[in-house]
Design a protein around this ligand. Structure first.
Ligand code: A2R
Length: 315
C-alpha cells in the first residue's frame, strides 16, 4: 500500500532531503494545487502532511484529508497549524524543537550587538567611501554592562540568556510562570520589565495568546535609548506601534528577524536607520536546517509506523 504525503512550502534543503528519503522509504510525495489543496482523488489517500512553519495548515485543509494521521511541521513554532482542529480529528501534530536553539540565540545576539553598535550602517559607511571622505562615523552605544530583558524563557530564551550572561550587567525575564531553576530575575509584568531594561528580546511563541503583546505601552516603557529584538514571530509586536515609536524617537532601535506580514517589510522599517533587519533567517544555517529536516522526517516515520511521535506539540 502506498504512503502518500502532502508537502507544503518546505524550504529547498528540507524538500530535497525529504524527496531523497521518500524514495528509500517508499513514500509518495504530492504538492498542493493552486487552491492549496491536493486533487480530491489524491486527498483521499494522504496520510501525512510535511509543512513549513510559514504556511497555514487550517481546518479546511485538514478536513479535505480524511485519512490524515500526522502533520509534521518543519519549525519549532506551529502557530499557523490549527492544532485544536487536528486533535479533534485524531491527527498528531509534531514540530522540531531544540535543534535550532543555538542558531536562534546566535541571531538574537547578532541583532542586539549589531543594532547597538550599528554594524550594518558602519559596513555601508566603509563601502560608500565615507570613512575616507568624511572621517569617523557617529558614535554607537555600548553593549557590555547593559540590562537585558527577555520576553520568554523557554528552550531558546535560556540559550539567549546564557549567551548574554558574560556581557550583561543584569538579565531579567517575563513569562506567565517563573522558571524554577533559572538564575535570572522574574518580572511578573511586561511593561515593568520593559521599563527596567535597555534591551528587550522577544522569544515567545506566536498565535492568539501572544499577538500584540509588545504594545505601544511596552515600547514606550523601553524608551528612547531602548532596543527591541524580535526573533520570535512578527505578530507578537504591534508593528504599527513599533514604526511610530522608531519614527518619533520614543524607541532607540530595533533588530528584527521577523515581521507581521512576511516577506513584506514596511518601507518605514526599511528606511529607518534605527533598525537592523534580517529575512527570517535565525535558524537558516546548513547544519540546523539539516537537523530540522531529519527531525521532521523522524516524526513522520514514527507516527506512520504506529509509534509515538518524537516531538508531539504540547497540550
Ligand atoms: O509563559 P510561560 O510560563 O508558558 O513561558 C513561556 C513563554 N510564553 C509567554 N510569556 C509571556 N506571556 C505569554 N503569553 C507567553 N506565552 C508563552 O514563552 C516560555 O518561557 C516561552 C516559550 O518557550 P518554549 O515553548 O520552550 O519555546 P522555544 O523553543 O523557546 O521557542 C519559542 C518561539 C517559537 O515558538 C517560535 O515562534 C520562535 O520562538 O522561533
Amino acid at each position: 500500500m502506498s504512503i502518500d504525503i502532502l508537502v507544503i512550502g518546505l524550504p529547498a534543503l528540507a524538500d530535497d532531503i525529504l524527496t531523497r528519503q521518500a524514495t528509500e522509504r517508499g513514500w509518495t510525495l504530492h504538492r498542493p494545487g493552486a487552491d492549496g489543496l491536493a486533487p480530491p482523488e489524491i486527498a483521499q489517500r494522504i496520510v501525512a502532511v510535511a509543512a513549513s512553519g510559514a504556511v497555514s495548515v487550517d481546518a479546511r485543509l485538514i478536513d479535505a484529508l480524511p485519512a490524515l494521521k500526522v502533520i509534521s511541521v518543519h519549525a519549532v513554532g506551529y502557530d499557523l497549524t490549527d492544532v485544536a482542529h487536528a486533535r479533534s480529528r485524531g491527527v498528531v501534530v509534531t514540530h522540531t524543537p531544540d535543534v535550532l536553539n543555538d542558531d536562534v540565540a546566535d541571531m538574537a545576539l547578532l541583532l542586539a550587538l549589531g543594532t547597538l553598535r550599528r554594524l550594518p550602517a558602519m559596513d555601508a559607511y566603509v563601502r560608500a567611501g565615507r570613512w575616507a571622505s568624511e572621517g569617523p562615523p557617529p558614535l554607537s552605544r555600548r553593549a557590555t554592562g547593559l540590562k537585558y530583558g527577555l520576553l520568554g524563557l523557554g528552550r531558546i530564551g535560556r540559550a539567549i540568556a546564557e549567551r548574554l550572561a558574560p556581557l550583561a550587567g543584569e538579565i531579567a525575564y517575563h513569562t506567565r510562570r517563573p522558571v524554577g531553576d533559572a538564575p535570572w530575575r522574574h518580572v511578573p509584568d511586561l511593561v515593568e520589565l520593559a521599563g527596567q531594561v535597555d534591551v528587550l528580546v522577544v522569544i515567545v511563541p506566536g498565535g492568539a495568546s501572544t499577538r500584540g503583546l509588545v504594545s505601544a505601552e511596552v515600547l514606550d516603557a523601553l524608551g528612547p535609548n531602548g532596543v527591541l529584538i524580535n526573533v520570535a514571530r512578527g505578530e507578537v509586536v504591534d508593528q504599527d506601534a513599533l514604526i511610530a515609536a522608531l519614527a518619533s524617537g520614543r524607541l532607540g532601535g530595533a533588530g528584527l528577524d521577523v515581521f507581521a506580514d512576511e516577506p513584506n517589510v514596511p518601507q518605514a522599517l526599511i528606511d529607518s536607520e534605527r533598525c537592523v533587519l534580517a529575512p527570517h533567517v535565525a535558524s537558516a544555517t546548513v547544519q540546523t536546517r539539516q537537523a530540522m529536516a531529519d527531525l521532521m522526517i523522524a516524526n513522520l516515520e514514527a507516527v506512520l509506523s504506529g509509534r509515538p511521535a518524537v516531538n508531539p506539540v504540547p497540550d
